[in-house]
Design a protein around this ligand. Sequence first.
Ligand code: PEP
Ligand code: MG
Length: 886
Amino acid sequence: QKYVYDFSEGNKDLKDLLGGKGANLAEMNNLGLPVPPGFTITTEACQAYLATGREPDGLAGQIEAHLESLERAMGKRLGDPQDPLLVSVRSGAKFSMPGMMETVLNVGLNDQSVVGLSAQAGGNDRFAWDSYRRLIQMFGKTVCEVPGEEFEHALDDAKRAKGTQNDLDLDADDLRGLVGAYKKIFLKHTGREFPQQPREQLDLAIRAVFESWNAERAVLYRRQERIPADLGTAVNVVTMVFGNLGPDSGTGVAFTRDPASGAQGIYGDYLANAQGEDVVAGIRNTVPLQELEQLDKTSYDELLGIMARLEEHYKDLCDIEFTIERGKLWMLQTRVGKRTAAAAFVIAGQLVDEGLIDLDEALHRVNGAQLAQLMFPRFQLDHEFQPVAKGIGASPGAASGTVVFTSARAVELAAEGKSVILVRRETNPDDLNGMIAAKGILTSRGGKTSHAAVVARGMGKTCVSGADEIEVNVPAKRFTVAGQTVNEGDVVSIDGTTGKVYLGEVPVMPSEVVQYFEGSLDPEHIDNALVRAVHRIMTHADGKRRLAVRTNADTGADAARARRFGAEGIGLCRTEHMFLGDRRELVERLILARAEGEREAALAALLPLQRADFEEIFREMDGLPVTVRLIDPPLHEFLPPLEQLAVNVAVAQERGEDVAKEEALLAAVRRMHEENPMLGLRGVRLGLVIPGLFAMQVRAIAEAAVSCARGGGVAKPEIMVPLVGAVQELETVRAEAEKIIAEVVGDSGVEVLIGTMIEVPRAALTAGQIAEAAEFFSFGTNDLTQMAWGFSRDDVEGAFFWRYLELGIFGISPFESMDRDGVGRLVRIAAEEGRAARPGLKLGICGEHGGDPDSVHFFHEVGLDYVSCSPFRVPVARLEAGRAVV
Ligand code: PEP
Ligand code: MG
């Protein structure tokens, strides 16, 4: 098996095998761009290593062969004492995981080759010893788990001894001394000398990169970003080029467009006389990329040319990392760049305008999660609020919250339900837990490409980075800004779009995208690139999609809003809300009724109320189908809780009050008490047990539809029976309903469909029979998931899902995103067998999954007719239904 690919053997489409970094290095190499020579060890090698705990057979030999050809090409040998070839060993998974995994630079340096390196660098001793101490530091920390702070402290000691705070003031002798100190640290922690054999260094570094796939922070990041746990990482072995050879060298990062707004221009950061990760880590302050023009015009022009070429080639925003070694430009990485949700839409629109992509491709380039993010509100600012600092708008949104300074405190307060803003000088991968818990992130250092910025953008979390007016003092739990002190526990507000920071809580205003959906912003007549792009892409999605999108709505107001958002009907009207509030008393009478007459009176009182509810909904959904579900939850939910009632009765009896009525209620509650109400007397079972209940609802629906038609409207009611598991249940309800409908509808022209939810596994498995009695199916994926897994949907999330997620039993809660293999299989079976029994059977879904992007794609694949989701998710479902087609 081939485990190692030279850069000339790969290309950008081999990300599964070579990882993102390796595939794109190969692509750049093939484009003739200046890429340092190297090779990539495949993700398959990593998977084999992780499965067995040792390198797969043949890997060592293949590495040897590729190393030899690399040495031939460079005319140097790895770690040669006179003229050493040095390499970097870099992780690179299929999906970018910024800062999550390991990199070791300067592999090949040892006590001899450090002298050779100095000679080759024109007698630059300082550079050679600095490179060597970096190797020991990175190798020690990454490969041998030596605590990183020990190296940091030794470096601080060296600077203190020199009376400086700047690394660059340390000379060759200082650094040679530091190498000695580092080696002692290494020996102390590992019990062995720092390895002098170059090939051993290489092999250990490769193994460490493999293992870093399962580092705690990488596991956490993958879970957050829903990246599968079994992909493994590729390893890139790349010839070292040096940005720290002097003022004519340097390193930087750049974007071909602004990743926050999508605007065209030159965006990037540059750091002269620096190596590798200095820029990304945000440790020293960079200069804007434009300043490179003054420093090194030739490299600057070449870089701009390459960036234009990359955009043209990838037809997308690219980000790059580059190094200049003594005036020679090298490309170290490129990839299609991460971007904010707004930029994703704006850039997709721009690329269509520029003729680089078509609208189908534009639809691919955005997604429902981004659209959902754009529907969040933003700050409403008036004169009262003046920013106290301005950093970089690193990840958009508006967040207010309590200031905390550590990841642990963020997690603690978030668990108490507080909104927190995590304030740090800069973040590092260890802060991940706190970043997940926080509402927003504020750092005083680092640019748009710092760890905080990249990770926050990935999570869709508000972030302001590099707000350097802020002096953060973590041990004292406070920061100072503009002469004021902000302590842990105080409230601040941060705007991730403008980068502004405010003291106190700033009120928020609605999103423009929501205003557009609501119809109060006309995309043709306003100068707003985002709204125009959203409009254009949504219009295209609507033209493409096969799935209809309905909404779950129980009130006229919700129905109206969802219709403005593009809903094409109601897929689920839960009638139980109509039994709450001041109607509870009527429901109580119904439940307590002993005699037929009492029950009938209670139902008769409920009928006009229900009819009015349905009339309002039919009016709002005029001309569109409305699926009304007959009452589902167990009736005791409408009665007072057992314990409380028992106490009240006992107290009243003590006082000698007349409690006959309460006693009757208590007896009824006792009678109806169930250990497992979710599996008990609910749904169709209620309809079969309580005479007249479903009949009353059916009559209310039919009468409302007729009254709507008489008023000139068009009502299209679809009556849905919940919790059916056997066709006989449905047939019984249907027979009664049909009689009532025929009687009410007469010659009004109103047509009423009768169908069922498929939410009990047995219903899915006998769908062929059930379809004989149903004109439509709507999958209740909430209950179907609950009953297929045997997970109580009301209890599991906090109780044990965390453990399931930790163990990777599933990557995301099956109540959030369809479990395709299990619950999805039930849906597939029911859809196929239902349609086989009744061609043209209408199929929909109305569980929470109807608004989940990945699930929408699944429902498209299975061939459903529509999805139904909450009003706010309707635009997301429209977009994803379009994306499922292109
Ligand atoms: C379902 O079970 O998926 C459903 C839509 O019904 P409910 O959530 O009301 O039980
Ligand atoms: Mg249900």
